[in-house]
Design a protein around this ligand. Structure first.
Ligand SMILES: Nc1ncnc2c1ncn2[C@@H]1O[C@H](COP(=O)(O)OP(=O)(O)O)[C@@H](O)[C@H]1O
Ligand SMILES: [Mg+2]
Length: 330
């Protein structure tokens, strides 16, 4: 059974008696030991999808359709207590800025051992021993000394490593990492992502890695889902996506990624225009105002996700290697 199987997820916001849809018909799957990257510009619905999975949607937001099957059980149907039990036990989350999720007045030891003591019932000695092991695993030197320190005494990269250790400490089945390295410099980002993906593989944990940077997840994810304007627009293995993206938006994202194999002054080609406000009414494909390939049908009809050459893509004019006469998806 797939560890996390999200099917047709819809998320609505209620404001001033009006209901607007923020996430439409989103589907994702991730298995144990596997990494799924969810990629898209800011505002595309990535965080909301993760928060819904943790049962942490803000007031006024709700899941209005679809299923979030975790180990076969639908999180949408669970009551608050059941979701609470999952969180921190079977599902852990790593956020962007560890300074806000680590408590500044508690030592690393207190924060790292808390879950193990409360949720796994380890005594202080056992929790300490495991904390040292975890700090070693996440590549923190001098772990005895680090346990006595406070968050402000660590660098940003070290804090993020501590967050990963905390996430792993209760032996979860799934970790949701929402832009876990965005605040760090690029070299450190790459190190931490590589480490997170490796540890999840070693511990047989499913990892959902959310990022706006498609370039940086290339080497760390098996599968990638690209979101735009609250919809999933393309899914494929990382290898297939990088070697032949089908959606013009994905191609645009790839073209705007700095490449190490090109001369430093090669200009990037960012996608013209800005992502839409999620509640803005746009007919047809939400990407059409920014798309060089858009035609009449893109303005009138919403493209659904369809299989195309080992990808799934929601586009009326996907980039196919073998085009049919009409240009429609084979
Ligand atoms: N609490 C909220 N109330 C109203 N709108 C929200 C709320 N949270 C998020 N949104 C809207 O939903 C869109 C998707 O949000 P989010 O999932 O956070 O995007 P991202 O892909 O950047 O993580 C955002 O553009 C935001 O305007
Ligand atoms: Mg976000």
């Amino acid at each position: 059974m797939t560890l996390l199987n999200i099917k047709g997820l819809a998320i609505d916001v209620d404001r001033d008696g009006q209901t607007r849809r923020l996430v439409h018909d989103a589907s994702f799957e991730v298995d144990r030991g596997e990494t799924l990257a969810i990629v898209g510009e800011s505002g595309s619905g990535k965080s909301l999808s993760a928060l819904a999975t943790m049962g942490l949607l803000a007031e006024g937001l709700s899941v209005s359709g679809g299923e979030i099957l975790f180990d076969g059980r639908d999180i949408v149907q669970m009551d608050a207590q059941e979701v609470n039990d999952l969180r921190g036990n079977e599902i852990a989350m790593v956020f962007q800025e560890p300074m806000t999720s680590l408590n500044p007045v508690r030592s690393i030891e207190a924060q790292l051992t808390e879950g193990m003591r409360l949720k796994m019932g380890l005594n202080r000695r056992a929790a300490m021993a495991r904390a040292l092991e975890l700090l070693n695993e996440v590549g923190i030197s001098d772990p005895e000394e680090r346990l006595r320190q406070y968050p402000h005494q660590l660098s940003g990269g070290m804090r993020q490593r501590v967050m990963i250790a905390i996430a792993l400490s209760c032996e979860p089945k799934l970790i949701l990492a929402d832009e876990p390295t965005t605040a760090l410099d690029v070299t450190i980002q790459a190190q931490i992502l590589a480490l997170t993906a490796k540890l999840c593989r070693d511990h047989d944990v499913g990892l959902v890695l959310i990022t706006h940077n498609l370039g940086i997840v290339a080497r760390y994810a098996q599968n990638v889902a690209v979101m735009y304007g609250g919809r999933v627009v393309e899914k494929a293995s990382a290898r297939d996506l990088y070697s032949g993206a089908k959606h013009p938006y994905t191609r645009g994202l790839l073209d705007s990624v700095p490449r190490l194999d090109l001369p430093r002054d090669t200009p990037l080609s960012p996608i013209p225009g800005a992502p839409p406000d999620p509640t803005e009414e746009i007919s047809g494909c939400r990407f059409h105002p920014r798309c060089a390939k858009a035609t009449e049908v893109c303005v009138t009809d919403i493209p659904q996700m369809r299989p195309a050459e080992r990808h799934e893509v929601a586009c009326w004019h996907p980039n196919l290697t073998a085009k049919t006469k009409t240009g429609a998806v084979a």
